[in-house]
Design a protein around this ligand. Structure first.
Ligand code: HEC
Length: 187
C-alpha cells in the first residue's frame, strides 16, 4: 500500500515539475509577491509630473563641481596660456609612483597621436587616419615651455587638439607632465 502511494506521489511530483517549466522565457510567470517587482518609486529616466521640467532626474545645482575637479579659470587662448604658465606650477614631486602613473596616462591618452617618444609620430598620424601632424613634445621649444602652459594645453586643448580636462583629473595631468619632462625630453 505504501509503495503504491509513493508511486502516485512520484508521478504527481514529476508531472508538476514538468509542467512548471515554461517555454516562454520572456514571461516571468506568476508573481506571488509583486511589491518588489514593480517599483513604486519613479525610475530615473521616466517622465515626472511633479517637477516643472517633467523629468525625474534632477539637474545638479548651479555651480556644482564634480568630485576631484576644480574650476579652471582660464580660456582657450594664447594669452591665457601664457598667464597659466606664469601662475601655475606642478604641485607634484618626481617620485617613481607619480612617474609610473604619468607614463600610464601618456600611453592611454597621448601616445596614439604624439608617439611613444613624444616626437609627434603616433600611429594615428603615421597611419594616415589623423590628418594634422601632432606637435612634438620633445623639441627645444617644448623643453622651455613652462609646466603651466602644457597643463593649460592638456586641460583646454591646443589648436586642433581636443581638451582633456574632463578626461583626466588635475593630478593625472600634472603626472603626465612629470613623465614627459623626466622620460621623454631627456633623449
Ligand atoms: C587626437 C590626437 C591627440 C591627442 C590624443 C593628444 N594630442 Fe596633444 N596635440 C595634438 C595636435 C594635433 C597638436 C597640435 C595642435 C595645433 O597645433 O593645432 C597637439 C598639441 C599639443 C601640445 C601643445 C604643443 C605646443 O606647440 O605648445 C601639447 C603640450 C600637447 N599636445 C600635449 C598632449 C598631451 C600631454 C596629451 C595626452 C594627455 C595629448 N597632447 C593628447 C594631438 C593630440
Amino acid at each position: 500500500m505504501i509503495r503504491y502511494l509513493l508511486k502516485i506521489l512520484l508521478v504527481i511530483v514529476s508531472v508538476s515539475a514538468l509542467i512548471s517549466c515554461d517555454r516562454d522565457k520572456n514571461n516571468p510567470g506568476y508573481n506571488y509577491f509583486p511589491d518588489m517587482t514593480y517599483s513604486r518609486a519613479y525610475e530615473t529616466y521616466t517622465p515626472n509630473s511633479n517637477f516643472a521640467d517633467g523629468k525625474t532626474m534632477r539637474e545638479p545645482a548651479e555651480g556644482t563641481i564634480p568630485r576631484g575637479f576644480l574650476p579652471f579659470p582660464y580660456e582657450k587662448s594664447e594669452e591665457d596660456m601664457i598667464r597659466a604658465g606664469k601662475e601655475l606650477t606642478n604641485p607634484l614631486e618626481k617620485s617613481d609612483k607619480n612617474l609610473e602613473r604619468g607614463k600610464l596616462i601618456f600611453q592611454r591618452y597621448c601616445l596614439q597621436c604624439h608617439g611613444e617618444k613624444g616626437d609627434g609620430k603616433g600611429l594615428l598620424f603615421t597611419s594616415g587616419r589623423y590628418p594634422f601632424p601632432p606637435a612634438t613634445l620633445i623639441s627645444e621649444k617644448m623643453i622651455n615651455k613652462p609646466d603651466g602652459e602644457i597643463f593649460h594645453a592638456v586641460t583646454l586643448g591646443f589648436g586642433i587638439m581636443g581638451p582633456h580636462g574632463l578626461l583626466l583629473t588635475p593630478e593625472d595631468r600634472w603626472k603626465v607632465i612629470l613623465y614627459i619632462r623626466d622620460s621623454l625630453q631627456v633623449q
